[in-house]
Design a protein around this ligand. Structure first.
Ligand code: NAD
Length: 373
């Protein structure tokens, strides 16, 4: 197989879908690699390092020419894929529900589009899970950015001039990003609390040394939730949660929100009225900003000040840690390709479980169940 790695074109995207490490490993499998000039620059990887790893480096048209697999962080626009081999794979985060038009264009071009963000949450696919690897880094970065925006210190400090008290940090949504946010805020010395709708997270919060803030009067989501994902919650629960959280929010200095529901806009967790009750000088970082935001008034990539509270959420948080985000993303893609590599055919062949979950297009048609009907 010939594998092409394109330079990302989306605004603000700094990541790259293969690193010299994964290029070497893909070549060791039996593939040949072609990398677009400048593809790694955002992540501080030079063309020379790709060359040294054994890749061919060239202009986009030359790189995609005859490619059997095109790797990306975000989906490449179909017009950039002229000249690929018939039925070539496009492997990236393809935003299938946001970019249905592009999925149709992949189909029309005869490509097989594989949406890596739809990877099922099963044990054997964990090492291929781009959502987890990128959320983990995002949860860490969110706390650092919030700490910088905050005009005070995180840890309690006893100095000759007197004592500084610890910041209070509250994490809403305790998935992969939220767990890393809790751990990071704890390491910086904050007093941390956290909440989620899935009851299984209570133990996880405690085990990280943070305080769980949970609704006990209404039923949330039992245990882990399906695949670890939250579904919609009842109106009773929503109301009880809002009341509980309002009182708690008013005492916080730092709030990190991470709540997502697959296939839906992010749930609204903090209203402008709740922000008005918070302490001036507090900071909210909204990791759900790209999905519509958990926080009223959040505008991606802008520090918005409401009632003396600073609100920020990045459109693409992992892109603010380009080297690590690329390293992990690239390993997720390598783990995927290598897990399905068929030595005799010299290319990867998907099984049904994973194929059905991530394959959007095949044989000129859009075939994914969630995109039909
Ligand atoms: P996510 O990004 O979909 O959502 C973030 C969190 O927001 C979730 O914990 C969710 O329950 C929470 N949330 C949703 N609505 C909320 C609301 N109204 N109020 C408060 N919280 C709300 O989740 P994620 O980080 O992708 O992962 C969630 C779980 O899946 C984790 O427990 C993780 O360990 C598990 N997981 C399993 C695998 C695997 O087995 N392969 C892989 C990845 C993650």
């Amino acid at each position: 197989s010939r594998i092409a790695v394109l330079r990302e074109r989306a605004t603000g995207e700094t990541r790259v879908s293969a690193t010299p490490e994964t290029v070497r490993k893909l070549i060791a499998l039996g593939a040949s690699l072609a990398v677009e000039t400048g593809a790694g620059l955002g992540a501080a990887i030079s063309d020379g390092e790709y060359l040294a790893a054994g890749a061919e480096v060239g202009q986009a048209e030359q790189v995609v020419s005859g490619a059997n697999i095109v790797l990306g962080v975000q989906g490449p626009e179909p017009e950039r894929l002229g000249g690929v081999a018939p039925g070539a794979w496009v492997v990236a985060a393809l935003d299938p529900f946001g970019r249905r038009d592009r999925v149709s264009a992949y189909a029309a071009a005869g490509l097989e589009a594989l949406a890596m963000e739809l990877m099922p949450r099963i044990t054997r696919a964990q090492s291929m899970d781009i959502l987890s690897s990128q959320s983990n880094l995002a949860g860490y970065k969110a706390v650092l950015v919030a700490a910088n925006l905050y005009g005070r210190a995180f840890p309690m400090m006893m100095t000759a001039a007197g004592t500084v008290s610890a910041a209070k940090a509250f994490v809403m949504g305790v998935g992969v990003a939220g767990l890393q946010a809790i751990a990071t805020a704890r390491r910086l010395g904050a007093q941390v609390s956290a909440t989620d709708v899935r009851s299984a997270t209570r133990e996880q919060i405690l085990s990280l040394g943070a305080k769980p803030i949970f609704v006990d009067t209404a039923q949330g989501i039992e245990g882990e939730g399906s695949g670890g994902y939250a579904g919609e919650i009842s109106d009773d629960y929503r109301q009880a949660q809002a009341e509980l959280v309002s009182a708690h929010l008013a005492k916080q200095d730092i709030v990190i929100t991470t709540a997502l529901i697959p296939g839906r806009p992010a749930p609204r967790l903090i209203s402008d009225a709740q922000i008005a009750d918070m302490k001036p000088g507090s900071v909210i970082f909204d990791l759900a900003a790209p999905q519509g935001g958990n926080v009223e008034g959040c505008v991606p990539d802008q520090v918005v000040e409401r009632h003396g509270v600073k609100i920020l959420g990045y459109a693409n948080t992992p892109a603010h840690l380009p080297a690590e985000a690329s390293a992990l993303f690239a390993r997720n893609l390598f783990n995927f390709v290598s897990a399905f590599w068929d030595k005799d055919q010299g290319k990867p062949v998907l099984d049904e479980e994973i194929g059905n979950a991530i394959r959007l297009t095949q044989g000129g048609k859009v075939i994914h169940a969630q995109l039909l009907g």
